[in-house]
Design a binder for this molecule. Structure first.
Ligand code: FNR
Length: 354
């Protein structure tokens, strides 16, 4: 029985082919950043308040002008058909059954955007953009998604190429036959790192946000910001939101945990645009810590793949239900009645060695 997201991870590992497990779990290089993301949450302790009269906390959050059931959205994760044949469709359905929160669909999704929109059941869909060399192909994908009712674009800026993922190199990882991006044309996708070297545009600058704005009227979030300077660049380039992310430790190894850079970014952004964060969120209390340090919401990454591998849509529902009930429990026990009540006084760093 799965009682935690860690339980889901263990169950997923037992079911998945080891090379696919490594593709999902692995980070770049020595995986220092991957480990740091989780450690940063472990280092943050909560400062609960007592006798605050909180019987049923309200987890609803307003982000980008819409009310979400909770401040948690689903991160873009490529090739979800590796985890379950229904892939992204199961993720969307499974999310809808747990909470009305956005699901970000990767450029490398394994299911058509139109099919996902038709099955979305009230869940907002966002499209993640890798601005590949073939701009007309990306423009076409954006047009299709916008027409199908997608509500925002998430531009990933931390991938001029793929990070050096040693597990995949050692495994000689290739996508199994039948696994391919459903919304892109062309071929050469089978070895993700080789495809990225050939097709990712390494020479982008901040004017890419202008380009995106010229081809779509949807809100644009910039994903992959790790410094206060770039947060300001993103806001000045006209981004409607920022995602503090190190790509789950899969790009440049040796960058800090996202939670550790969040306060400097929140200070620089100063409320101009919403801030989302991902990397290592595994417990309800992690959501509280991220919000206390300046995030408006978080993205959940690998645990969604674990849910998919364990039980398709039902597994995703299971993962989200655990995280959201942990969030409700933590808010109750910490005396926090609403998401708006979460502030920096709720957390403190753990003493060294604790
Ligand atoms: C990702 N991530 C990612 N990001 C993105 O912008 N586009 C993508 O297609 C993918 N694909 C992808 C595949 C897999 C297997 C993983 C594990 C990650 C990164 C993802 O959106 C997110 O930033 C991290 O996964 C968040 O960290 P956690 O929650 O996995 O620790």
């Amino acid at each position: 029985m799965e009682l935690t997201l860690g339980d889901f991870a263990r169950s997923a590992q037992a079911r998945l082919d080891p090379a696919i497990w490594d593709f999902f779990e692995g980070g770049a290089g020595e995986e220092r950043t991957l480990a740091a993301n989780a450690e940063a949450f472990d280092r943050m302790w909560l400062r609960p308040r007592m006798l605050r009269g909180v019987s049923r906390p309200e987890t609803a959050a307003k982000v980008l002008g819409r009310t979400w059931d909770a401040p948690v959205a689903i991160a873009p994760l490529a090739y979800q058909t590796l985890a379950h044949p229904m892939g992204e469709l199961a993720t969307v359905r499974g999310t809808a059954a747990a909470a009305k929160v956005p699901v970000v669909i990767s450029t490398f999704a394994g299911r058509d955007v139109e099919e996902l929109a038709a099955g979305s059941d009230g869940v907002p869909l966002w499209l993640q953009i890798y601005c590949l060399r073939d701009r007309p192909m990306i423009e076409n994908l954006i047009e299709r998604a916008e027409l199908a009712g997608f509500e925002a674009l998430v531009l990933t800026v931390d991938a001029p190429r793929l990070g050096r993922r040693l597990r995949d190199l050692r495994n000689g990882f290739r996508l199994p036959p039948g696994i391919a991006p459903a919304n892109l044309s062309g071929d050469g996708f089978a070895v993700p790192a080789a495809h990225a070297s050939a097709e990712f545009a390494p020479d982008l600058d901040w004017s890419v946000v202008d380009w995106l704005r010229s081809v779509s009227s949807l809100p644009i979030l910039v994903k992959g910001v790790l410094t206060d300077t770039d947060a300001v660049c993103a806001a000045e380039a006209g981004a409607d939101g920022i995602v503090v992310s190190n790509h789950g430790g899969r790009q440049l190894d040796g960058v800090p945990a996202t939670l550790d850079v969040l306060p400097e970014i929140a200070a620089a952004v100063a409320g101009r645009v919403p801030i989302l964060l991902d990397g290592g969120v595994r417990r309800g209390r992690d959501v509280l810590a991220a919000l206390a340090l300046g995030a408006d919401a978080v993205f959940l990454g690998r645990p969604v793949l674990h849910g998919l591998a364990v039980g398709g849509a039902e597994g995703v529902t299971g993962v989200l239900n655990i995280l959201l009930s942990e969030l409700t429990d933590a808010m109750t026990l910490a005396g926090v009645g609403t998401i708006a009540d979460i502030g920096p006084e709720l957390v403190r760093p753990a003493p060294a060695g604790a």
